[in-house]
Design a protein around this ligand. Structure first.
Ligand SMILES: [Mg+2]
Length: 191
């Protein structure tokens, strides 16, 4: 029986990018986060992820990281940063495991300068490629899945993947859900 997933944006959905110290990432733009030392979970994120896991959802991160194509960080730095996030999201019910099942990055960007990443790619949100790859590789139930993100491109990627529009949730200031904890509560109430 395929499991449903909650697809999660990374930056400013799970971890805090806004307000990072200027110049923390050479070559990066404001909001780029490619150093494990700067990874901070947003408030309530670990508890929300644990509750979604207990409810049977696979948690899959889908993250644009055009910083790689722009030359602000290497893919290895981006992966190390996400590995730190996965470590902070340790599963309280399964010692030694992360609450996150898989983290997908899109290092490609057509306006980048670093080959081979300086091209358009079907994984780059708002395209749905990372979500579709996860459904295929992890054997997920798309119809029962949700997406949570803070940007238009996240929501569009979810809809273009075929998610029900009512299962595509925006979080952040001025939106229906202040953050992942509120969105997770909504998802759990809907079961
Ligand atoms: Mg984001």
């Amino acid at each position: 029986m395929p499991r449903p997933a909650v697809f999660l944006d990374r930056d400013d959905t799970l971890i805090a990018n806004a307000g990072l110290p200027a110049g923390a990432f050479a070559g990066g733009r404001a909001g780029d986060l490619a150093d494990p030392a700067f990874v901070r979970l947003l408030p309530g994120v670990r508890g929300a992820c644990a509750e979604l896991r207990r409810a049977g959802f696979a948690l899959v991160v889908v993250s644009n990281q055009g910083v790689v194509a722009r030359g602000g960080a290497t893919l290895r730095q981006v992966e190390a940063t996400s590995a730190r996030m996965a470590e902070l999201l340790a599963d309280p019910d399964h010692p030694g495991r992360s609450l996150l099942e898989r983290v997908y990055h899109c290092p490609w960007h057509p306006e980048g300068t670093v080959a081979p990443f300086n091209v358009e790619h079907p994984w780059r949100k708002p395209s749905p490629g990372m979500i579709l790859a996860a459904v295929d590789e992890l054997g997920l139930d798309l119809a029962g899945s949700w997406l949570v993100g803070d940007a238009d491109r996240d929501l569009e990627a979810g809809r273009r993947a075929g998610l029900d529009a009512a299962r595509v949730l925006r979080v952040g200031p001025g939106t229906a859900f202040a953050g992942l904890p509120e969105a997770a509560a909504h998802i759990l109430r809907s079961l």
